[in-house]
Design a protein around this ligand. Sequence first.
Ligand SMILES: C[S@@+](CC[C@H](N)C(=O)[O-])C[C@H]1O[C@@H](n2cnc3c(N)ncnc32)[C@H](O)[C@@H]1O
Length: 249
Amino acid sequence: MDGNITGDHYDRLAAKYDENWAYSPAFVEWMTGCIQERLRITERDVVIDVGCGTGLYARGLARYAAAVVCVEPSAPMLAQVPAGEKLIPVAASAGDLAVGRVGLPHGGYDAMLLKEVLHHVGDRPAVIAGLARLLRPGGRMLVVMLPTRISYPLFAAALELFTARQPDPAEIAGDMRSAGLRAELTYESFPLAFPTERYLQMVGDRYMSLLSHFDDAQLEAGVAEIRRAHPGERIAFTDTFAFVLGTSA
Ligand SMILES: C[S@@+](CC[C@H](N)C(=O)[O-])C[C@H]1O[C@@H](n2cnc3c(N)ncnc32)[C@H](O)[C@@H]1O
């Protein structure tokens, strides 16, 4: 992880993670569909979800797969992956997997998901190359991530910091190609709407790891800035995701 800020963030957020990140069952269903459309998981496939968090998407992917290995470095997040014979928890980071520091339950994987994880990973080209070696022939690696610019109703300093820190999906596609995968980049959008107070509460809870870089006073000023910009009862915006699909020969 990129230092203690991120690790502490997810350890602290774990209990509220699904509440703040699932947004709605419709969103999770939509996202699971976008993932499955690309990974094309079938019942014999063994899947690995790297940085699975609470297993929000691993749970849905298990419906299609023989098994889903759920890899996550934050113990409180991993503890929330539901027990189930198809979901296999492994405490590790993407970097650990890439260099073979942890034993994994299968010899290779048909499909790999990295959803909103790579911005936490250092030396991404090497990690992507190491992870690509875990794919079976014809295996698929899907990176789901935000673009470098987002239209979230955050305060200006948060949006600026986001753009400064977020890797470019096109670069990830390039890293996949350097790792010997065929890579394809597509985008999909979902309309989100929240009662304004609910969204402000999520920001106040630092629902995005980005917000952990602001202290309490900065966050309070940020929430006031959002409230001034959104005086109505609801906040609506479009959430756009990049999907980078790499396929091994
Ligand atoms: C935004 S959450 C996404 C969780 C899940 N993929 C989802 O979409 O619900 C990011 C997750 O990446 C994990 N993470 C952070 N650094 C990581 C690393 N170096 N390798 C793997 N996972 C990491 C965090 O602990 C957290 O659970």
